[in-house]
Each structure stands twice: as structure tokens, then as C-alpha cells.
Ligand binder design. Structure first.
Ligand code: NAD
Length: 468
């Protein structure tokens, strides 16, 4: 039974905060949500959603350019970037309006303002209209998200041609050249967008591989595809400094022990994000944190009774779907139920062309943990649907425990990988084995057949591939 009428204050209206607010309201809570900007947070306004609109536009352009291969006579005369940006903004607005509607439907009071702690149970809010309000008592859920990290590279802060992901979503024109510092998720997604729109893209990544947390074999395939499409990629390359140049910016890089210079019209700085908790005055409430990253337990409780924290402000896995689930967990606990967060089934989804998704352990993780495992790979070249959709580029890889053949991880590079991964997350959540995947009948012709074939390949009985 939940504590009906419990007062709940949520700070931050992104996919963590607004979901927490709705869940608390569903359970009978009297909920107030404080948001300083627009509801929907980074995800809806300057993150997941607008990026995906640009990616969709870029993919449409690529499809149109290849339509002739299928006998469709398309004469692509170019694109209207302003219209692309307008579409991006209209999709974001539509979704934000939807969240506003959900707040009203769930009787959640929304305050447009900035909150800070004055004690362990009191928040002081400076509202957008200049008025102030003090909120006390009740349960508090912190969901203030993250902001782009600025690396201490000399020249970055001072150079107007250096932008972050928010800036990259609203460039007035397509740049002729773009250098991206950081080959992580943001780096590769923007590389995919702008290279498809004709920008000369260069990625500089400090570590030996792009997307360091993703499955290595598939990351190498993606890198290959990106390089073939004209993107220049330098790994084990460290940016030393940025200077002005007539083109825009000159970026000095240490690569393989030597100095190398690049010039680009724009420099996208994508070296990670940091927890956005500075303005909260966590010390006044006595909330434990590591350099601003709030510490919580599996119930999303901080060390201070009645204060919870969720999502990017924990500085751990910065994904909208993680924040939302943690929001539900925090709200349920705040309302007197018992809930806990388990990240075992978190899918990682990267919206490149082709898409890249993974859930569970990578082969590298299994090795590091000393787990005995086997793998099964299935190339999408042998999957009819993939062949139609993107010429069969990509692969599915499953990682299984050696003794019991339980599914430890599944990784997919290919069209719709970010959708197909849901089946694999469910399989891992239900502790399924290879048998379960194989016994499940997958429709033909679909991309999902490739997941089953990868499982068959682990047993060396794949039907549409030569088993080695
Ligand atoms: P990231 O951590 O994914 O990648 C940053 C990369 O920059 C790393 O590979 C790192 O090695 C590299 N790097 C750091 N300092 C560097 C330097 N000085 N020179 C060169 N390389 C350097 O961070 P991000 O790409 O900025 O993304 C931020 C967060 O947003 C991530 O947590 C990400 O998961 C999330 N995000 C997710 C999605 C998605 O789920 N599709 C999309 C965008 C962002």
C-alpha cells in the first residue's frame, strides 16, 4: 500500500524527473515538479530526440541518393537545412507539449524555477518570473541531469568555433569541415549526421578504440564503415591545444608520438558529460557526493532520509531510459512501496548508420571477469531483410556462458539494431539460455532472424552461414 497524499517534490523535469512525478502521482502523491527550463530535459530538447530527427533526415537523404538502385527515379537536388532544423524543433515541441499535458492530467504542480537546498528538508526556489518560494517537508527526488564536460584543453573555452552537442544541433549552416574531440556516443552520432550531409568529418579519440564500452569486434566493423564513408578517425590521439585559424580552428594533436595539426570550421567537443548538481547546494542538505555525482543505493536513496536521486546527476550510466526506470523506483519508494533498481538489462543504443546496440556483457567484459564463454556471430549479409535495407552491412554477436549456455550479452550492428535489442534485453532479464532463443520462432523475413541465427552459430548449426 502506498502512502496516499504523501507530498513529493521532484527537482528536474527530464525523462528521470517527469517520469518520477507521474509515477508518484499515480500512487496518490501530491506532486510538485520544479524545472528551470523546458519539460523533457536534455533528452527531448537538446539530446536524444532532436539528434534522432537530424539522423533521420540524414538517412532519408542517403536513401534518396540510393533510390535509383531500386529502380526509383529520384533526382536529389539538395536539401533545405533550415527546414531540417524546423522539423527538429517541431518534433521536440510536440513531445514537450505532450509532457505538459501529462502533468496536467496527473494533477502535478509544475513550477518554472531553479531549486536549491537550504537544509535537509527545505528547498528554496527562484522562479522564472522573479518571485521566490520555499518548499518544505515531504519527499524530495533530485533529477537535475548532466551538462557537457569542458576538457582542460588550452584554447577550447576561448574559441567560438568550439561547440558542444547543443550547439551542434542548431548550426545555422552545414559546416564544410568538423573536427570532433571524443569518439564516444555523441562523437560518432554527430559524425554520422554531418558526414551524410556532406561535411568533411575528423574524429580524434584518446583511447585505442572508438566507443570504448561497446563490443570491440562490432566497433571495429563500424569504424571500417565510417572510414569507408569518408570520415577520418584517429585513435590514441590526444588533443593538446586549440588555436584560431582562418578556417575556424586549428587543433594540435599528439598522434603516435608526433605532433599533427588539423584545421576545421567547427570543433565539436564531446568528451563526456558531468552531473549537473552545482546549483543545488548539496552541502546544505548534507547529501554525500563524489565531485557533484550524488551517491545512492539500489533504492535510489541518498544518505539523507527522504531524499532520492536518479539519472545523469548520479554521474554513472547517462541514458534516458535508465533515468526513467530509476525515477519509477525512487517514486515508488518515496510513496512507501518497496522497489529497487537493477541495471542488468540496460541496452546501449547508438544511432549511427547502421545502428549499433548491445546489452549485457561484451566479449572484453567476459574476458576481464574471467568468465568461460563461447560466442556466435551471424553476418547480416546472409539476412534477406538486411540485404534489402542496407546491403547486408553488419553483424549479430551473442556471448554465452560456456557450461550452461546462458545468454550473457548480445550485440548488434545493423539496421534497426536499437529496436531488435529489446528481445535480447528481455532474454537476459529472464535468464534465458541459447535454447530459449533457438526455440522461439522468429518471423521471416525479418532482421530478428539474425539473432536466432547467431545463437545457432554458437552451436555451429547456423542454417544460412558456413559453420566454422
Ligand atoms: P562518452 O563518454 O560516450 O565519450 C567521450 C569520449 O571522449 C570517450 O571515448 C573518451 O575516451 C574521449 N575523450 C575524453 N577526453 C578526450 C580528449 N581530451 N581527447 C580525445 N578524446 C577524449 O561521452 P559523450 O559521447 O560526450 O556522451 C556523453 C553522455 O551522453 C554519455 O554518457 C552517453 O552515453 C550519453 N549519450 C547517449 C546517447 C545514446 O544513448 N544514443 C547519445 C548521446 C549521448
Amino acid at each position: 500500500m502506498s502512502n496516499e497524499n504523501q507530498e513529493v517534490i521532484v527537482v528536474g523535469g527530464g525523462p528521470g524527473g517527469y517520469v518520477a512525478a507521474i509515477r508518484a502521482a499515480q500512487l496518490g502523491g501530491r506532486v510538485t515538479l520544479i524545472e528551470k527550463s523546458k519539460l523533457g530535459g536534455t533528452c527531448l530538447n537538446v539530446g536524444c530526440i532532436p539528434t534522432k530527427v537530424l539522423l533521420h533526415a540524414a538517412d532519408l537523404l542517403a536513401e534518396a541518393n540510393h533510390a535509383n538502385d531500386f529502380g526509383i527515379n529520384v533526382n536529389v537536388t539538395g536539401f533545405d537545412w533550415k527546414k531540417v532544423l524546423k522539423k527538429k524543433d517541431s518534433v521536440s515541441s510536440q513531445l514537450v507539449n505532450g509532457i505538459n499535458g501529462l502533468m496536467r492530467a496527473n494533477k502535478i504542480k509544475v513550477i518554472n524555477g531553479t531549486a536549491e537546498f537550504v537544509s535537509s528538508d527545505t528547498l528554496f526556489v527562484t522562479k522564472a518570473d522573479g518571485t521566490k518560494e520555499t518548499l518544505s517537508g515531504g519527499k524530495i527526488i533530485i533529477a537535475t541531469g548532466s551538462v557537457p564536460a569542458i576538457p582542460p584543453i588550452p584554447g577550447v573555452k576561448e574559441n567560438d568555433h568550439c561547440i558542444n552537442s547543443t550547439g551542434a544541433l542548431s548550426l545555422a549552416e552545414i559546416p564544410k569541415s568538423l573536427l570532433i574531440i571524443g569518439g564516444g556516443v555523441i562523437g560518432v552520432e554527430f559524425a554520422s549526421i554531418y558526414s551524410q550531409f556532406g561535411t568533411k568529418v575528423t574524429i580524434i579519440e584518446a583511447l585505442p578504440k572508438l566507443l570504448p564500452l561497446m563490443e570491440g569486434e562490432l566497433t571495429a566493423l563500424l569504424r571500417n564503415k565510417m572510414e569507408k564513408s569518408g570520415i577520418e578517425i584517429y585513435t590514441e590521439a590526444k588533443v593538446q591545444s586549440v588555436e584560431s585559424s582562418s578556417v575556424g580552428a586549428k587543433v594540435n594533436v599528439e598522434y603516435k608520438g608526433e605532433g599533427k595539426c588539423f584545421e576545421a570550421e567547427k570543433v565539436l567537443v564531446a568528451v563526456g558529460r558531468r552531473a549537473n548538481t552545482k546549483a543545488l547546494n548539496l552541502e546544505k542538505a548534507g547529501i554525500e557526493n563524489d565531485n557533484g555525482k550524488i551517491r545512492v543505493n539500489h533504492k535510489m536513496e541518498t544518505n539523507v532520509p527522504d531524499i532520492y536521486a536518479i539519472g545523469d546527476c548520479l554521474g554513472q550510466v547517462m541514458l534516458a531510459h535508465v533515468a526513467s526506470v530509476q525515477g519509477e523506483v525512487a517514486a515508488e519508494n518515496a510513496m512507501g512501496l518497496e522497489a529497487s533498481y537493477n541495471g542488468k538489462t540496460v541496452p546501449s543504443c547508438i544511432y549511427t548508420n547502421p545502428e549499433f546496440a548491445g546489452v549485457g556483457l561484451t566479449e572484453e567484459n567476459a574476458k576481464e571477469k574471467g568468465i568461460e564463454y563461447i560466442t556466435g556471430n551471424f553476418p547480416l549479409m546472409s539476412n534477406g531483410k538486411a540485404l534489402i535495407m542496407n546491403g547486408g552491412e553488419g553483424m549479430v554477436k551473442v556471448i554465452l556462458g560456456k557450461e550452461f549456455k546462458e545468454i550473457l550479452g548480445v550485440h548488434i550492428l545493423g539496421p534497426r539494431a536499437t529496436d531488435i535489442i529489446a528481445e535480447c534485453a528481455l532474454a537476459i532479464g529472464m535468464e534465458a539460455t541459447i535454447e530459449d532463443l533457438i526455440e522461439t520462432i522468429h518471423a521471416h523475413p525479418t532482421l530478428t532472424e539474425a539473432v536466432r541465427e547467431a545463437a545457432l552459430a554458437a552451436e555451429k548449426i547456423a542454417i544460412h552461414a558456413i559453420n566454422k
